[in-house]
Design a protein around this ligand. Structure first.
Ligand SMILES: Cc1cc2nc3c(=O)[nH]c(=O)nc-3n(C[C@H](O)[C@H](O)[C@H](O)COP(=O)(O)OP(=O)(O)OC[C@H]3O[C@@H](n4cnc5c(N)ncnc54)[C@H](O)[C@@H]3O)c2cc1C
Ligand code: FES
Length: 257
């Protein structure tokens, strides 16, 4: 992990309120593993917003690092205005990663909204390792959908849902996953807490790994800002113990978001 000044290569709108930002950085490219994130200081010459903002590294190609984000509040609104050539200070790569066991055969990725970003980097890694996998992508609506074609290029099967039915199955992505009745040895998932909780409540026998999003400040395990409860009333720091956890380890009812 390093503190780095990076130069924005592109920061483009790819769907409603959704942007893809890229920058070239050899250190991040060489040290990245799917699931890692970066903590970005969004304003350079101002103390506001004070706290850095965490974003998953979506994928890396030829030393170019891609990060996708949705405009939510003050930080992401400011980020969306930054143009090619702007220098951002980032810390990364941070956090743990999705482990890919040897000889794994049936895999599914289940992503909801912004949780889809880190799964794309994982999908590329699986594809490189010649592991077949299915992808389930849940969006709010068609206008907020993204990366479908990119996943189609590397996934065995792709299943889409949207809350309003404007694209794919009408309903949430866990409903679509459940109705498919397909069994997988391992499931990797990232998305809103409610989606992950529903996945956990299915009580499946598969190995399930989830990447969690918690409000963060330092991003390096120093401030307790991102603490969540484990199933044994132990405490995890999402930034340094995660963001990827075995779903059985974490208490998704107790966490803050
Ligand atoms: C490990 C990790 C990976 C993430 N990856 C992505 C990603 O790839 N794409 C993406 O769009 N979003 C991602 N998020 C969520 C993203 O960090 C928030 O949407 C963003 O910080 C909101 O900032 P804001 O200033 O626009 O919102 P504000 O609401 O103004 O933020 C206020 C404060 O809350 C924190 N915050 C708000 N929402 C979240 C949230 N959901 N998670 C964590 N902190 C939050 C901010 O860091 C800030 O400190 C990730 C979060 C984590 C923890
Ligand atoms: S954000 Fe500070 S401990 Fe995790």
């Amino acid at each position: 992990m390093k503190v780095l000044d990076i130069v924005i290569e592109e920061n483009i709108k790819i769907a409603e309120d959704i942007y893809l930002l890229s920058f070239k950085n050899k250190y991040i490219a060489e040290n990245y593993k799917p699931g890692n994130f970066v903590n970005i200081k969004i304003q350079d010459n101002s103390i506001y917003p004070l706290l850095r903002r965490p974003f998953s590294i979506s994928y890396i190609q030829d030393d170019v690092v891609y990060i996708g984000y949705q405009v939510i509040g003050v930080g992401t609104e400011l980020l969306a205005k930054k143009k090619k050539g702007y220098i951002l200070n980032i810390i990364g790569p941070l956090g743990n990663n999705f482990e890919i066991p040897q000889n794994i055969k049936s895999v599914s990725l289940i992503g909801g909204g912004m949780g889809i970003w880190p799964l794309y980097g994982l999908a590329r890694q699986l594809s490189q390792n010649k592991v077949m996998f299915d992808v389930y992508l849940g969006f709010r609506n068609k206008e907020k959908s993204f990366f479908i074609e990119k996943f189609k290029d590397i996934a065995e099967n792709i299943y889409i849902s949207s809350d309003d039915g404007s694209i794919g199955f009408k309903g949430n992505i866990i409903e679509l996953f459940t109705s498919n009745k397909k069994n997988y040895e391992i499931i990797y998932s990232c998305g809103p807490k409610v989606m992950l909780r529903t996945l956990k409540d299915l009580n499946l026998n598969n190995q399930i790994y989830v990447s969690l999003e918690e409000k963060m400040a330092c991003g390096i395990g120093a401030c307790l800002g991102c603490s969540i409860k484990g199933e044994n009333d132990n405490i995890f720091h999402v930034c340094s113990d995660g963001p990827v956890f075995n779903i059985m380890e974490v208490n998704l009812n107790e966490s803050k978001s």
